[in-house]
Design a protein around this ligand. Structure first.
Ligand code: NAP
Length: 330
């Protein structure tokens, strides 16, 4: 197999190289592509140095599978042409809601891959970790409604945003002037209830992505509302999820189902430190579920705390797993 990564120098691109290194996929050639600024620089893959190529000069026919991790503008401009020569797995939101583009979390809806027409979308990072927990519960008890609040790490906003958190933290401690470029307000020692742009109904696009993508992946009938918050955590998104089922449920069975949920691990001791925090999930392939409890205001409700590495299962790992599924199906 020949692989290419568009946006190889970014947060998701670099993680994708790491995941491919550990993957069982046999890669003959890996092509690394970025902007003119990075062309000619090198990144290493399996101890070999690979020279980064400029997107405008790259020939998409060189790789059978191409992972795009360069944002929506690049996706919109390049993927229609690229997909005539290579199968594209795109991390951006640009194609996610198109009817003929599968939106895939392999543990949840791998069957949707069968219908691909050379473009496959990787869902939003917050959606991926949530549907991993929801899917087996929905299969057993049918979910009626979900209320989710997210606590999202700065690495979800790209490499420059991580640098901004570090710089602001230093400046704050040194009592220097704080400059915000990538965030609308200071992120160090703060949090911001705003991710992506606002739509006319007051929801942000990140919140709408979680709602619409969950319906597309899992079930259009699930009602969902979301509040997405950026927090001064480097990596690891956390979610407080309230689920209401159609019917009454057996609480012991809820825990059992979650323990067996593919891609997930339950860590829920219900005592001091008996839960997982974002710092603990960095570089971990697993999505962790803690704080499982009945909603004491609703006999048909449960609450969960779900934490995952947003750059791995939320992006690079899920994309490589999609590639593995494609190769296995072939
Ligand atoms: P990032 O760190 O800002 O990296 C952006 C990448 O795109 C860099 O490699 C950059 O190359 C490249 N790029 C930018 N402009 C380009 C151009 N004109 N031509 C060619 N390459 C260009 O962003 P990221 O966090 O990795 O996110 C990448 C994509 O994944 C986005 O669509 C994002 O929404 C999505 N995503 C991110 C996460 C997450 O948690 N971060 C999760 C899910 C999905 P240079 O270094 O040369 O500028």
């Amino acid at each position: 197999m020949n692989f290419a990564i568009i946006g190889a120098t970014g947060n998701v691109g670099r993680k994708t190289i790491e995941v491919l290194e550990k993957s069982s996929i046999k890669i003959d050639n890996l092509y690394l592509i970025a902007s003119e600024k990075s062309a000619g620089k090198k990144l290493s893959f399996k101890k070999k140095e690979i020279i980064i190529e400029q997107l405008e000069k790259y020939n998409f026919a060189k790789a059978e599978i191409t992972i795009f991790a360069a944002g929506s503008e690049i996706a919109k401009k390049w993927i229609p042409e690229a997909s005539k020569k290579t199968i594209v797995i795109d991390n951006s939101s640009f194609f996610r809601m198109q009817n003929d583009v599968p939106l895939v979390v392999p543990e949840v809806n791998v069957e949707s891959l069968d219908k691909h027409k050379n473009i496959i979308s990787n869902p939003n990072c917050s959606t991926i970790q949530m549907v991993l927990a929801l899917k087996p519960l929905h299969d057993e008890y049918k979910i009626k409604r979900v209320v989710v609040s997210t606590y999202q790490a700065v690495s979800g906003a790209g490499k420059a945003s991580v640098d901004e958190l570090f710089q602001q933290t230093k400046d704050y401690l040194n009592e220097e002037k704080i400059v915000s470029k990538n965030f609308t307000k200071q992120i160090a020692f703060n949090l911001i209830p705003h991710i992506d742009s606002f739509s006319i109904d007051g929801y942000t696009k990140e919140e709408l992505k979680m709602i619409n993508e969950t319906k597309k992946i899992l079930d259009n009938d699930i009602e969902l509302t979301a509040t997405c918050v950026r927090v001064p955590v480097k990596t690891g998104h956390s979610e407080s999820i309230n689920i209401e089922f159609e019917n009454l449920f057996d609480f012991a069975n809820i825990k059992k189902i979650l323990k067996n949920s593919p891609g997930c691990k339950v860590f829920d001791e219900q005592k001091d430190a008996g839960y997982i925090t974002p710092l603990e999930v960095e570089n971990n392939y697993t999505t962790f579920i803690s704080r499982i409890r009945k909603d004491n205001s609703n006999v048909k409700g449960v609450n969960l705390w779900v934490v995952s590495d947003n750059l791995l299962k939320g992006a690079a790992l899920n994309a490589v797993q999609i590639a593995e599924c494609l190769i296995n199906k072939k």
